[in-house]
Design a protein around this ligand. Structure first.
Ligand code: 5GP
Ligand code: ZN
Length: 114
């Protein structure tokens, strides 16, 4: 998808600090981390938001969540805990319209969010 920052990261046109990659998924460190660990997990296929994820995308959805488990273990977050966030649309705080899951950890997180 032209003009999509995350598609450009997938294509290697914009550099990123990668932590995980497979056929379906790419994960890289967020450029403006809100915690000691802040990774973005995205599908390689452009999907605008969770609301555009279709039932036939179940393989992608499964790969996203299994990669989150792998990354959390590799980065040492699994034992202490961490948070997964998906922002949807304007009120949800979504700024990049390529579906992504924030994996946030490395400190105690407060709840509820603002
Ligand atoms: P959203 O607000 O859409 O849920 O999250 C978008 C996230 O993407 C933000 O946390 C922002 O810091 C991150 N981000 C935006 N542009 C870039 C970029 O070019 N590289 C990286 N690594 N992260 C980015
Ligand atoms: Zn995209």
């Amino acid at each position: 998808m032209e003009n999509c920052i995350f598609c450009q990261i997938i294509e290697g046109k914009i550099p990123s600090n990668k932590v995980y990659e497979d056929e379906y998924v790419l994960a890289f460190h967020d450029i403006q981390p809100v915690a000691p660990t802040h990774v973005l997990v995205i599908p390689k296929r452009h999907i605008t938001s969770l609301m555009e994820l279709a039932p036939e995308d179940h393989v992608i959805a499964g790969k996203i969540f299994s990669s989150i488990q792998t990354i959390a273990r590799e980065l040492g977050l699994a034992e202490k805990g961490f948070r997964v966030v998906n922002n949807i649309g304007k009120d949800g705080g979504q700024t990049v319209y390529h579906i992504h899951f924030h994996l946030i950890g490395g400190r105690t997180l407060t709840w509820p969010p603002g």
